[in-house]
Design a protein around this ligand. Sequence first.
Ligand code: OGA
Ligand code: NI
Length: 360
Amino acid sequence: MKLICHFPAHKSVPDKYVLPPEKRPCDHELLDDLSVALPVIDLQRAVAEGRRQVVGEIMEAGKEFGFIQVVNHGVGEDVIQGFREAAMEFFRMPEEAKLKYYSTDHNKPFRVFSGSLTSHNDANDIRYWRDCLKLRCYPVEKLMHQCPSQPEMFREHLAKYAVAVQELARSFLRLIAEGLGFDNHDFFEGDLSGGETLMNVNYYPRCPDPSLTMGIRPHSDRHLLTILSQGEVSGLQAKHRGRWICVQPIRNAFVINFGLQMEIVTNGLLSSVEHRAVTNSAKARMSVASLITPKMDCRVGPAPAMLDEETNPPKFKDFVCSEFTEAYEAAAGNREAVLDFFKIHHTQNPACVNQQFNMH
Ligand code: OGA
Ligand code: NI
């Protein structure tokens, strides 16, 4: 039995999935101050005279939390729910139908796996309470024929969703470019955001004891931007000043957060904040993460407009996107280790270099 969603109904968590105590979701690390909540930003105002204000709110939330929740974002409810239902259907298919696609090979255009964040489980075979369908979904005309053809209409719904989310990413990146004060509002357009968009369709079955397991371990996303449909069941938590805060689920909203490459492009200003997903015993949860990515041969580095020789020297060296992927694999996704790989050590002013690592 490879997929958790096909385990027989459990009374207790199977031993393999019980995390060592230090990896469990400790309640005392949760920030229970309800006044600290992720801002919910209404993007509709960005098309009218409210644009400046929206840009300001995004930058403020982006700098403070690294996570932003958006509503009235222009992606239709029918598109979101249409794909979410098709994806739920996918996970409801018989296990044999899904195991055909089971693979730990990263090069597959789409695959199903279970238990870990990446294909390789942690060294001592630590397992997480998640099944995942991972695919490449944009540009659709190039990739859609490689996506699952079952259940019926899956591809149609996926294509509509992928196109709409890409459009949201474009307009959001334009708002970010404005917020950063770039003259070129299309700064992120083209190679920097034009790589193949990946998608994680995460499925977290009900778990008999959520205090012993985790759906996704704490991690930072590696790409430029993540656009997540969390659905209506909570589970996502983001690190904030050393504690975890819950990201409240809102139907049809998107949660947007920055990847490590955005942190580098903005020279550390928009940070790729660590997050995790906890499990629950009441309801299965499904989230859909779309990962906006630079082209593999694109040069990435701190944007010149972010830099100032005296007050803001580059904290990272330039690299080609494919080199980044290698470093990320080598560091097994560890945030500090990946950033350290590209960090420039300014000997005159060590305080400036250390600053970004103290934020979490
Ligand atoms: C991810 C992720 C969070 C969630 O897929 O990278 O962080 O809520 N998902 O499922
Ligand atoms: Ni993530």
